[in-house]
Design a protein around this ligand. Structure first.
Ligand SMILES: Nc1nc2c(c(=O)[nH]1)N[C@H]1C(S)=C(S)[C@@H](COP(=O)(O)OP(=O)(O)OC[C@H]3O[C@@H](n4cnc5c(N)ncnc54)[C@H](O)[C@@H]3O)O[C@H]1N2
Ligand code: MOO
Length: 408
């Protein structure tokens, strides 16, 4: 049995980053930039006014003998237009927020600090001295031509979309989304709209995994449930060969009908089987043809937890992310962990910030069939290998499942 760290390293070593495609900017939300974004121009592109007011020479704002200087207004410049003449000494020009500062002017005074005779007025009195550069947003203050603005690997959120739009990136190079084939296995597993029959259970894993795959930004395709026969598994896998990843649940332990590994050996290879962890020991990894296959255990909690620890990082790597793992923090475990596990134990818990530190409460019975142990959980406590009991008030590391990967 290999360690969690070795398993993750062996899996990621086999996972490529998918090819780059170009998508229209609005479709780039949630995807990952496949190239550096370098500013091709200065932003703002020209010196412009931060206020509605008057453009003038700062020296003309000096107040002598308590008399506000009075300047002749020679025109007006609105946002979207360029002044057709310069500001000369002793004159000013009306200017709106965002309008280019006319030549000659070195400062802008906001309208509230002036007195004037109305919108058409040809005079203005300056009620406060202003420094050069006042209310002027210089060209290139935000982004400079040639500057690296967004490195490849950046996840594109709403704010990145705004920056890309500012720079005129109508089409964006992104890593394409991963297609993920999801397969349930087992004669006992029936579809969710079927009434329960003796010995049968509903297929929860495929739906949970489909949702988790979507949450990881990838494109799931559910292939239904394979029976516990070689023929049925072969037939299902033949439908999965154009996927970037195959996720199976069940059929990877040591039972007479745990056949997923057999098909992997027959049609590809098994890279490893079994990890020193609970839940999730029987995880298998390998390939069917050239498609990587992550064989998750059938127990619903095992399948959910191993997806978070291995499946999600795989999807992030495929899709061009550079941060693959969730952050960890130290937490005080209020209720402790009484269940002994010789394997490394990932305990579902609810972590909150309380009185200056993180506190965790476990979600109850940690059996790998206990779907309800997933509810409320926003973290996995890591109890080290060796079977220690964790007393109430002891500290553990917690993997913060609801924090973004790039927070670490
Ligand atoms: N002799 C041993 N038996 C088992 C071992 C072991 O080491 N020696 N390991 C146990 C552990 S740990 C786990 S985890 C399970 C994993 O077994 P499989 O991955 O082969 O899964 P199955 O046997 O097919 O099913 C396990 C369990 O999960 C239910 N299941 C399966 N598919 C679904 C689904 N799509 N939706 C909901 N529930 C599902 C299934 O009915 C079983 O109850 O093996 C232990 N046994
Ligand atoms: O690994 Mo199993 O998931 O402990 O129940």
């Amino acid at each position: 049995m290999i360690s969690v760290e070795e398993a993750l390293a062996r899996i990621l070593a086999e996972i490529p980053t998918l090819p780059t495609i170009h998508v229209p900017l609005p479709e780039a939300l949630g995807l990952v930039l496949a190239e550096d974004v370098i500013a091709q121009e200065d932003i703002p592109p020209f010196n412009n006014s931060a206020m509605d007011g008057f453009a003038l020479l700062s020296q003309d704002s000096k107040i002598h003998a308590a008399q506000p200087p009075r300047l002749r207004v020679t025109g007006s410049v609105a946002a979207g237009y360029v002044a057709d003449h310069a500001v000369e000494p002793g004159t000013a020009m009306r200017i709106m927020t965002g309008a280019p500062v006319p030549p000659g002017a070195d400062t802008v005074i906001q309208v509230e600090l002036t007195r004037h005779g109305g919108p058409e007025s040809d005079w203005v009195e300056i009620l406060q001295e202003v420094e050069p550069g006042n209310n002027i947003r210089p060209a290139g203050e935000d982004m400079q031509r040639g500057q690296l603005i967004l490195p490849r690997g950046t996840e594109i959120g709403a704010w990145e979309i705004g920056v890309l739009a500012t720079l005129g990136w109508a089409s964006v190079p992104v890593t394409r989304q991963a297609r993920v084939a999801i397969l349930g296995t087992g004669d006992e597993v029936i579809e969710i709209d079927q009434p329960l029959q003796p010995g049968k259970i509903r297929n929860s894993n495929s739906y949970l995994l489909e949702a988790a795959v979507q949450r990881a930004g990838a494109l799931p395709q559910r292939l239904g449930v394979a029976l516990d026969t070689v023929e049925s598994l072969r037939e299902k896998f033949s439908q999965a060969l154009n996927a970037d990843l195959i996720l199976t649940s069940g059929g990877v332990s040591v039972g007479d009908f745990d056949l997923v590994k057999n098909i992997m050996s027959e049609q590809g290879e098994v890279n490893f089987w079994r990890i020193n962890m609970r839940p999730g020991k029987p995880v298998a990894f390998g390939h069917i043809g050239t498609v990587p296959l992550l064989g998750l255990p059938g127990n619903p909690v095992s399948s959910a937890v191993t997806f978070e620890l291995f499946g999600r990082p795989v999807l992030r790597k495929l899709q061009g992310h550079t941060h693959l793992l969730k952050p960890q923090v130290e937490v005080t475990v209020e209720d402790g962990v009484q269940e002994r596990a010789m394997r490394r134990h990932y305990v579902r818990a609810y972590v909150t910030w309380h009185n200056g530190h993180f506190v965790a409460r476990t979600t109850g019975n940690q059996g790998s069939h206990m779907m309800t142990s997933l509810l409320q959980a926003n973290a996995l406590l890591i109890v080290p290998e060796g079977g220690a009991i964790v007393q109430p008030g002891e500290t553990l590391k917690a993997i913060m499942l609801d924090w973004p990967e790039n927070a670490s």
